[in-house]
Unconditional design. Structure first.
Length: 150
């Protein structure tokens, strides 16, 4: 019994440490709310794609009191600090990705889920010429998927 409690404490401290390091890498002060969201985002060491709503639900389950507006504003602040990249689908649905490197995405139309597509299998041979005085800021590759009817 005591051993399990000890192990739980160790797991929690690793999650907290990851979250703290993540905020520190962008020189963000580890406020209580930022830490709660950072732990939910990167605490397990895996990349994830969240919406403000899905992160809000996730954090509520851990018992932390953070409003949806705070989640939204904090996600924006994390984006501005370069910790997250925003991926917009359908012009209005915003996903926030903990993987900030360029990579393509699969968008699952039936579940509205965004997942990573294998970057090594993507080849962009040529892009259209941009209008004079313009330069390409970024190229988003979102491959929309639907389940096959069997
Ligand atoms: Zn991604």
């Amino acid at each position: 019994m005591l051993k399990v409690e000890h192990e739980e404490r160790v797991v929690i401290s690793v999650v907290t440490k990851r979250a703290g390091n993540w905020l520190a890498s962008a020189r963000l002060r580890p406020t209580k709310q930022r830490m709660a969201l950072a732990e939910a985002l990167v605490g397990d060491g895996h990349h994830r794609h969240v919406t403000a709503e899905s992160l809000f639900e996730r954090v509520q389950r851990t018992g932390d009191r953070v409003s949806l507006a705070t989640v939204y504003n904090t996600l924006r602040a994390f984006c501005d600090a370069g910790l997250l990249q925003e991926v917009t689908v359908d012009g209005s649905r915003s996903y926030f990705d903990t993987n900030t490197h360029d990579h393509p995405h699969f968008y699952w139309e039936d579940t509205h889920e965004l997942t990573d597509a294998p970057v090594d299998q993507l080849k962009i041979m040529q892009l259209p010429e941009v209008p004079e005085g313009a330069e390409i800021a970024s190229v988003d590759v979102i491959i929309r998927l639907r389940r096959k009817l069997s």
